[in-house]
Design a protein around this ligand. Structure first.
Ligand SMILES: C[C@H](N)C(=O)N[C@@H](CCCCN)C(=O)O
Length: 518
């Protein structure tokens, strides 16, 4: 058969980098607010509830079916046009948000708040459909090749965006001016759109090649398309209902927490928001470049740990490669020991290590699920870890228990997605996967809408008699009750995972069996 562009490994990986840049920049914009929550409150004069309202507004269009509509539009228009339109919408939303906090629409609190919400709503429409579009593009280029690896790397780019956004935003907002952090994040989306436009040339070329060699084109492949008949079948399937509810409850306990984690660490343990000069690693005199370099190296180590030993067949080579990477990693930690010890006392930098940790753990757990199965059991364990994490971060006050809680959260955030997304592919036939993802992301956004806002609202409510003192810097927010509420979500997640395990026993999807065919 005639070769196409996707038969070249170099081109496949180049395509992955080009399209993953969109995930990197949109995840950055989604999560960088967490690193500057305190600065936003002071700079814009908003409360925690209003901060929560801004974060929650990302989901407003999606809770009424925008992801599903976006999926249908993606089916009709194809990757190129839909990618440009929805990537463009996320860019537009980011520009509006940046203009809002810069005071372009007016510098009074309510104008800034309203336009920040408008910006986040538009951004949220674009971001979720971009997520679906990027997954579709990976399938198009990697089907029959290294698809699982490509998906893991792709999510890794997203997590890197989350981590760097949270960690770098306070450096960009030095001196308390939040506007540069917003403009930078918006420019990143603009740059990734340029990368996407470069990708379009490859997309046009491969479609031409596939048409010439008689391979079905994207428009003819209806495997991933949204269909209402499929939707009806899905929402009457017991196992799918439990996994979709688990997706909603689990992500509601994790994504919103990330938006508050730096502030939680600052308020509960007295961590700093802004980094002292001891914690700065300068490259060409720039702390931002230095932080970016540290994160990129962490990403390379994370991926090497999880991918390189697996690539060898013999156990000796596996062990040897693991030892070499471990030695290099220890050297890296040793050289940067002073920087890291400062980071572990800084709210945004410490919180950013949660998504960074997932880059290491997600592929490891993914391979455990592939080899040993036990997907539903692992989802139960991941959910139970959430309960431990949130009890450690709420009712106890010891900082070491806090670190342990953060590590458990990082493991849970790796374990559940690693077991959940491949499990969906077992419950749902391949030609209904697009519909299944659209439905699950919609459920997920319902939960996110409630909890992005709910944590902030509850925080203001339980601290209502101390708000004036908090604003004056005389005392701190007490996060105990909002975090305990998330522990309850962990309990519900564990129960849903248990119900999923039971439903699977009845329906026989084999979620507990290894993925021997993969
Ligand atoms: C943000 C998006 N709705 C989401 O939930 N993303 C997941 C990954 C989904 C992968 C599906 N193939 C995440 O954990 O970031």
């Amino acid at each position: 058969m005639q070769k196409t562009l996707r038969d070249s490994a170099a081109l496949r990986w180049l395509v992955l980098i080009l399209i993953s840049s969109l995930l990197f920049s949109t995840y950055w914009f989604y999560d960088f607010y967490g690193g500057i929550k305190g600065l936003m409150e002071r700079g814009m004069g908003i409360s925690s509830e209003e901060y929560g309202r801004i974060m929650s507004s990302t989901t407003y269009a999606n809770v009424v079916g925008m992801i599903i509509l976006g999926g249908i539009i993606l089916d009709r228009w194809g990757i190129r046009l839909a990618g440009l339109v929805f990537g463009g919408l996320s860019f537009l939303g980011a520009i509006i948000s940046a203009a809002a906090v810069a005071g372009w629409f007016g510098d009074d609190k309510s104008t800034m708040l309203i336009w920040s919400i408008v910006g986040r709503i538009i951004f949220g429409i674009g971001m979720e459909v971009v997520c679906v579009m990027v997954t579709r593009t990976i399938v198009k280029w990697f089907m029959g090749y290294e698809m699982a690896l490509a998906m893991a790397l792709n999510i890794g780019f997203g997590r890197l965006g989350t981590a760097m956004g949270m960690a770098v935003a306070p450096d960009l907002a030095a001196g308390g001016f939040i506007s540069p952090a917003f403009s930078f994040a918006a420019i990143l989306i603009g740059i990734s759109l340029v990368f996407f436009i470069i990708y379009i040339f490859f997309d046009i070329k491969i479609d031409k090649q596939r048409a010439e060699s008689g391979i079905v084109t994207e428009e003819e492949v209806d495997e991933e398309k949204f269909r209402f008949a499929d939707f009806k079948k899905l929402i009457t399937n017991r196992s799918f209902i439990y996994i979709a509810l688990l997706c909603m409850v689990f992500y509601s306990a994790v994504f919103p927490l990330l938006a508050y984690a730096p502030d939680l660490l600052v308020n509960k343990y007295g961590f700093s928001y802004e980094m002292g000069s001891d914690g700065e690693f300068l490259i060409f005199g720039s702390a931002i470049l230095g932080t970016a370099f540290i994160f990129v190296l962490l990403l390379i180590f994370g991926l090497s740990f999880s991918m390189v030993p697996r690539a060898f067949k013999s156990n000796t080579h596996k062990l040897l490669s693991f030892l070499v990477i471990s030695t290099l990693f220890l050297g890296y930690v040793y050289v940067l020991r002073d920087v890291f010890s400062e980071w572990l006392l800084n709210g945004p930098k410490t919180a950013s290590l949660i998504p960074m940790g997932t880059i290491l753990f997600t592929p490891i757990f993914g391979s455990i699920v592939d080899k040993k199965g036990k997907a539903a059991t692992l989802m139960m364990i991941g959910s139970a870890l959430l309960v431990f994490a949130y009890l450690s971060l709420s009712v106890f006050n010891h900082v070491y228990l806090g670190y342990l809680g953060l590590i458990s959260l990082g493991i849970a955030f790796s374990l559940v997605p690693a077991a959940m997304w491949p499990a969906v592919a077992r419950i749902v036939a391949e030609n209904r996967l697009g519909t299944a993802y659209g439905t699950m992301f919609t459920f997920q956004n319902w939960g996110l809408a409630a909890f992005f806002w709910g944590i902030g609202a509850l925080l203001d409510f339980v601290n209502r008699y101390r708000l004036a003192d908090i604003e004056a810097g005389l005392t701190n927010y007490d996060y105990t009750i909002p975090v305990l509420m998330l522990a309850l979500l962990g309990v519900i997640s564990a129960w849903l995972a248990y119900k999923l395990k039971q439903a699977d026993k009845l329906q026989g999807y084999g979620l507990e069996n290894p993925h021997t065919s993969n």
